[in-house]
Design a protein around this ligand. Structure first.
Ligand code: NAP
Length: 301
């Protein structure tokens, strides 16, 4: 049995693991299938204080810190959490194992919201992608569309503009007011990025008889845009599928921390009200760990 189990291996989870393990609590990180969550996909993490480099390098160093203090890690995803009401949580995982602890910190973050239009689901991995840093390379010298108008869409467009010959950003509003000014200015300065405002897609299909896998994206106005790949960046949804329906969520599905049962804590992007940033995830991971440590300490009293 562990003192504290941490779900997730992004900035919130790994920070919580450093604090928990360094406080001499027997700590397990249930990392998910891969290390680092969305942060691992950041090509250039440039707004985390005191650090300049890739998201994955930051994640690996932070994991090393946590394991250096004794935290253990397992690569699996939680499918269910049960609580006996008396200092024992049981986490069921998709590796067919269960793990028990006195306290749980949930830091499973968020996943990319899916584009629900005709053809989008079928073409994932075959022209449609949710990860510019993973798949951008395959579109070197080609034409791509980015869907969305927030920081993620504009960052993806900037990343792709270094590889692709032409990047069009399809956005349903008339200006990128949602994104940070510094990112908007960078986009405006790139000659091969072309925003198409006030536009939404209706469907995506393969161009008939195309040997190179070209796509045709059709807008709700009926216009057709030819391209080689489509990158979707239309926001995020909290990863909370393993949680009971009885756990209170806010109107965008994130967990309301104040209403959690004793011993269950939340940090990072899945926590209601938090800004989705690496810096805020680190802060909330620290905070959740300190609360969990205090909670576990009451067990002996
Ligand atoms: P976001 O800010 O929620 O933006 C999502 C975008 O997708 C919006 O422009 C939205 O349009 C559009 N959208 C949503 N559903 C759509 C649909 N069905 N069809 C077409 N477009 C749709 O999400 P995000 O860009 O992923 O960012 C999430 C959070 O992470 C934000 O807090 C952001 O600041 C943060 N973030 C920060 C950085 C950074 O610090 N550098 C980088 C990436 C992300 P509307 O605008 O019309 O709603």
């Amino acid at each position: 049995m562990y003192d504290i189990i941490i779900l997730g291996s992004g900035p919130a989870g790994l920070t919580a693991a450093i604090y928990a393990a360094r406080a001499n609590k027997k700590t397990l990180i249930i990392a998910g299938d891969t290390l680092g969550g969305q942060t691992a996909e950041i090509a250039n993490l440039e707004n985390f204080p005191g650090y300049m480099g890739s998201g994955m390098d930051w994640i690996q160093t932070t994991l090393k810190q946590a394991t250096g203090f004794g935290a253990e890690i397992v690569y699996a995803s939680a499918t269910d959490i049960k609580w006996d009401g008396n200092f024992t949580y049981t986490v069921q995982c998709d590796n067919n194992k269960t793990y028990t602890a006195s306290a749980i910190i949930m830091g499973t973050g968020a996943r990319a919201r899916r584009l629900e239009i005709d053809g989008a689901r079928e073409l994932v991995g075959n022209g449609v992608s949710y990860c510019a840093t993973c798949d951008g390379f395959f579109y070197t010298g080609k034409r791509v569309l980015v869907i969305g108008g927030g920081n993620s869409a504009l960052n993806d467009a900037l990343y792709l503009a270094d590889l692709a010959s032409d990047v069009k950003i399809i956005y349903r509003k008339s200006a990128f007011t949602r994104a940070e000014a510094i990112i908007r200015d960078r986009v405006a300065a790139r000659e091969n990025i072309h925003p198409i405002f006030n536009t939404e897609l209706k469907s995506i299909r393969k161009k008939p008889d195309s040997d190179s896998g070209e796509l045709i994206a059709t807008t709700t106005n009926g216009d057709e845009i030819e391209c080689d790949g489509i990158f979707v960046a239309i926001g995020h949804e909290a990863n909370t599928d393993y949680l009971d329906e009885g756990i209170k969520r806010d109107d965008v599905g994130r967990i309301v921390a104040d209403d959690l049962p004793a011993g269950l804590f939340v940090a990072g992007d899945e926590k209601s009200g938090i800004k989705m940033q690496v810096a805020t995830a680190v802060g909330s991971g620290c905070s959740a760990a300190m609360d969990a440590i205090a909670y576990v300490n009451t067990k002996g009293n």
